[in-house]
Write a protein that binds this ligand. Sequence first.
Ligand code: 6R9
Length: 666
Amino acid sequence: MAQETPQGGSGARGPEGQQTLSNLLQESRRFAPPAELAAAANVKADAYDEAAADRLAFWERQAGRLQWERPWDTVLEWDAPFAKWFTGGTLNAAVNCVDRHVAAGRGDRVAYYWEGEPGDARVITYAELQDLVNQAANALTELGVAKGDRVAIYMPMIPETVVAMLACARIGAPHMVVFGGFSADALRGRIDDSDASVVITADGGYRRGAPSALKPNVDEAVKDRPGVRTVLVVRRTGQEVAWTEGRDVWWHDVVERQSTEHTAEAHDAEHPLYIMYTSGTTAKPKGILHTTGGYLTQVAWSHWAVFDLKPETDVYWTAADIGWVTGHSYIVYGPLANGATSVMYEGTPDTPHRGRWWELVAKYGVTILYCAPTAIRTFMKWGDEVPAQHDLSSLRLLGSVGEPINPEAYVWYRHHIGGDRTPVVDTWWQTETGAIMVSPLPGVTEGKPGAAMRPLPGISADVVDDQGAPVPNGGGGFIVVSEPWPSMLRGIWGDDQRYRDTYWSRFEGLYFPGDGAKRDEDGDIWLLGRVDDVMLVSGHNISTTEVESALVSHPKVAESAVVGATDPLTGQAIVAFVILRGEGADDGDALVRELRDHVGASLGPIAKPRQILVVPELPKTRSGKIMRRLLRDVAENRQLGDVTTLTDSTVMELIAAKLPGAKSDE
Ligand code: 6R9
């Protein structure tokens, strides 16, 4: 057994002798909010006290930012673990996102600057969006979709996708969006589980410079599924499509001839708004259920607070897919509820060239950009000179979501994209939480690279040890949420028991998201990755995040993924996969040794990887999360597990090809 102990770490022993998550990484850089932003910020420091004094009254005030047909009787009915918010109240999500802005005289404001990958563009105002949504709502009604029916949406990133979602919301038919990159099998499983009777899709969309078909996957998914009565197809690419008469209808035939008038019914605050499936670690995806009033309250408020949104002047861009919860909450519902002007982009960041995003920032004068660390690390890999060729001076705020952001990626983002002017908000949340939960407030928080910092006002989150007791400052453990929040999941579709088991059984009375976290000496929160990924090396629980961040802090490394592989000596040993910065970088033994020593110097010898493999790509999900499970299979020479949610199935072959010549110091 290795006798090494982490330097500066505080891996305290829990009551049962089990070690809590080690706290190895030390970070001393600090970024204060720009004075101007702080002075004009939507949310100031007093919001924390205000919410702490009366949490429910705080959320009640935020609900008041929406337009209700009938006000609620009760703010919260909590029959743990089942919550109902704003009961007795009624509202319509589509009216809140669209009609009320038009009614207030803001119909000419741009809702979306949409840009197709081939370079085609559409500008859609709130008034136009209202017409489109009303037509689609009328069409769905004509097609027999009634309140409560589930509608599957399997689309590229085009305006009709937003229109379809809002039309569903308008008539009270919960939508179930499936990421367009998922297979026919994944789509079928989700249609079956949600019992959707209509599928809205397109012939295809553009990705990486070419049309990418969607309709064949729908055909495959719904064959032998008589429960799916209608497939509504948007023509986007003009690709040849197979056609099933009596089932398939063109969007342009059915939607475009409808009236642009539609009288919206107000729905109960707890009426289901949508189902979104998350795969998690188990085979059967979970249908996460979100309802209307509480969800809209928190996404709208958090979007306004965390991004300091000024709807009259900001141009806001969430560069993510609508098939990810980030797209639901921060491309569609949050920005629209706030009357924001958003950019929406169909394609990949490197088509037709690696400066495409920055070209779009300059073209539309984007002021707020929200994206995933995986994108940031990819840009780091492509080189500083790419963004440097574009005018990014319109940006005033940057956000990150989806994974822990490595301190080095944060600093790169702030410097090379934000010109050292912009705060970076690292926002922690999940499909299940519906909206941002832990994040800096840009006008209040002195940012630390890599830290999500503090629970938002109105949110009660904590870091606890394996007994559920709060850890002291400097300690590591699990993040939990201790009080219900408005946008929380209302359950797993059709499976209350699984809801209790998955989220409410680990700690009595606490919501367990499944992420490791630590509190630093100031009490600020750092997320440390999924607990399933935590490595146990010589009796120390080491987070993947900290080792990955140490690797990314080496100037030659753009991205890394580490996993624990079974080891006869240490229980588990750390195996690291790294992508180097710049093309054709040297990946010889000397570099591998240099990287091991670098990790040892940053985190202590315990965290030195046993093995480092230089790879061209890493396996990722739709939201850019690294699928460490697959890398563990590779590191332990196992057959690969389920790969259906990989964005690019060829990646694992590229990695496996690296293995025979695997570089190891042992
Ligand atoms: C919004 C979203 C949720 C999981 C979550 C955590 C990871 C998301 C993060 C983060 C560290 C952040 N995650 N944001 N980890 N810092 N800022 O990503 O939803 O796809 O359901 O994933 O993503 O592990 O539990 P979802």
